[in-house]
Write a new protein. Structure first.
Lengths: 415, 165
């Protein structure tokens, strides 16, 4: 078979000090093709990677994606702008709030819509709660992939508190759909504020606890330090974003450099790594947990009473109480959902710093109630593009580390 | 006019067919044969310095003579500005230069455009389908003439007709 011939190399081991070794039988080595996934637990969903191995070293890896492709971009062209919000939940199903946020921001940029101040604070606050959930989920999954199981239980214990908080906020733990074009769906209740304040006092010591488990763990250090190194120049050229890019020492955070929502009014720092390895990316994410707590505290302090939805009746939804009591409001809600609003013709790109990286929406409108074309710039998809480059030369067990370090979620990657 | 657009207009007397600024987004439309030259200028010129690729996308305009629009979006980490680069290709000759050698990330993004819209990229190292299966032969899903419900074996399903209004 020609295929096998190409891949088979025969090495003859000859030791000059022992000429008799020439009589030993020859050792036949060949490159091994290994299919990893799509049902491998550490591929975070249904991702398959074809690994070409030389011994246990990765020579080349080819990601095979699309197992979770649902044609979300095509579906978007068929629905109104409001109808697309629940679809965004299912992109990165671990962190639905941030997808809602990024999408609503993009539509608001298209419409040139101003969001009231209280709504901006609420959006920032909930987005940061979602960032904590996302990073906890990442930390637990990455540690589990590498073999540290304890952190998984501790992270999930604390994540559960926030998911219950989401449940009380919007009635869903994961597929939230809480953001609306022009504002948010409902306000925080006093009980929610109390619970969040309790959590903010409870949480920072727990972050220290996560670190204690890992930073003195020899296995964790051995499997993250110096693994999957990517230089700053390559990381930029590949279009990586979020902690993966900042781990290589590139200071790129849209919350700082293209500030939106209430971020410019909050003080926080953006941790930047040095070595571009898995450990630096881990460190950045843990530091971001502390920063998120800081941002949430500031939002709670600075938030003033006020409307939570922009008052543009042709675009924004009427408050729910009025929908159930007032005929005009009900008709308005019905028309906005079934026919949509008239968006101006034009095209915009709007990127938002989700916890995975830059989540962007490129919307082309030709007027009317439906987007003509909607493109989702998903960080997971872009990160998978660099997989082959980053995995080359590492051991086969490091492949799991590299999926983990991207924080890849296939719902977002395949869309 | 935005200083970036001014600079591009001064540098390229022919080939640049449109300059636009809307909602703070800066967009340049170039003819297909000038695409590579303009992209190299954006990448290498110190005043431009677009080293970060944001996304590659495509738009289908079935009524136009040059049916497809390919869109690249770039960002500069050092200069902190954005630009959108667009070009049009006709359906009969759906080929455009690949920019994978200038931005490594363009590899997967251009494969997605090929998969979804059927636009070929010249000199792309590995132009295969990426989200749809390799043996998928039912066309390109994001084209406007591709039905939402899908094509091929799904045509044999008994779909309920929409209720007439």
């Amino acid at each position: 078979m020609a295929f096998e011939d190409q891949r088979t190399t025969v090495y003859k081991i000859v030791n000059p000090e022992h000429p008799e070794s020439e009589t030993l039988p020859t050792l036949r080595t060949e490159e091994l093709l290994l299919n990893m996934g799509p049902q491998h637990p550490s591929t975070h969903g249904v991702l398959k990677v074809i690994l070409e191995l030389e011994g246990e070293r990765l020579v080349k890896s080819t990601p095979v994606m699309g197992y979770l492709h649902r044609g979300v971009e095509k579906l978007a062209e068929d629905g109104t702008y409001h109808q697309f919000i629940p679809h965004t939940d299912r992109l990165d199903y671990v962190c639905a709030m941030y997808n809602n946020f990024a999408y609503c921001r993009a539509v608001e940029k298209l419409l040139n819509l101003q969001v009231p101040e209280r709504a901006e604070y609420l959006r920032t606050l909930v987005a940061e709660v979602q960032r904590i959930i996302g990073h906890q989920f990442w930390l637990s999954a990455q540690a589990l992939d590498i073999g540290a199981m304890t952190v998984f239980f501790y992270c999930f214990r604390d994540r559960e508190i926030l998911l219950d908080w989401f449940d009380e906020l919007c009635g869903a733990r994961l597929t939230t759909s809480w953001y609306r074009i022009g504002g948010v769906e409902r306000d925080l209740t006093p009980s929610l504020i109390d619970k969040l304040k309790q959590f903010l006092d409870y949480f920072p010591p727990k972050i220290d606890e996560y670190q204690v488990f890992l930073e003195r763990n020899r296995i964790w250090l051995g499997r993250t330090k110096g693994v999957a190194v990517i230089s700053a120049e390559d990381a930029v050229s590949f279009g990586l974003s979020g902690p993966v890019l900042r781990g290589s020492g590139v200071d790129y955070d849209l919350r700082k450099y293209e500030p939106y929502s209430a971020y410019p009014k909050c003080e926080f720092s953006v941790p930047v790594g040095k070595n571009g390895d898995t450990y630096d990316r881990y460190w950045i994410r843990v530091m971001e947990l502390y920063e998120s707590v800081k941002i949430i505290r500031q939002c709670l302090e600075q938030m003033q009473e006020g409307p939570i939805m922009a008052d543009v009746p042709s675009v924004t939804l009427p408050p729910k109480e009025r929908v159930f009591t007032n005929l005009e409001a009900m008709i308005q809600q019905f028309k906005l959902f079934s026919q949509g609003f008239d968006a101006p013709p034009g095209e915009i790109y709007c990127g938002t710093e989700a916890h995975k990286g830059e989540l962007g929406f490129y919307i082309v409108s030709t007027g009317g109630g439906k987007p003509y074309r909607l493109k989702i710039r998903a960080p997971s998809f872009v990160h998978m593009g660099a997989f082959d480059h980053m995995a080359r030369g590492y051991m086969i067990s490091d492949a799991c580390t590299i999926f983990g370090t991207y924080d890849v979620v296939m719902g977002e990657c395949d869309r | 006019m935005h200083p970036l657009l001014q600079r591009i207009q001064q540098t390229f007397s022919v080939g640049v067919t449109g300059l636009a600024e809307w909602r703070g987004d800066v967009a340049v439309t170039v003819s297909r044969d000038k695409l590579r030259e303009v992209a190299q200028f954006l990448r290498n010129d110190p005043g431009m310095d677009f080293d970060y690729i944001v996304h590659v996308s495509s738009v289908d305009w079935p009524d136009d003579e040059e049916r497809f629009e390919v869109v690249w979006e770039f960002y500069s980490i050092r200069k902190r500005h954005r630009i959108r680069l667009k070009t049009r290709v006709p359906e009969s000759d759906c080929v455009v230069d690949s920019l994978t050698d200038l931005w490594k990330g363009a590899d997967f993004m251009e494969r997605e455009v090929f998969d979804m819209m059927g636009i070929r990229f010249r000199n792309h190292p590995d132009l295969r389908r990426i989200l749809m299966p390799d043996d998928y032969t039912e066309g390109y899903p994001l084209r406007k003439d591709f039905p939402l419900r899908g094509k091929g074996w799904r045509d044999t399903f008994d779909f309920l007709d929409e209720v007439p209004r």
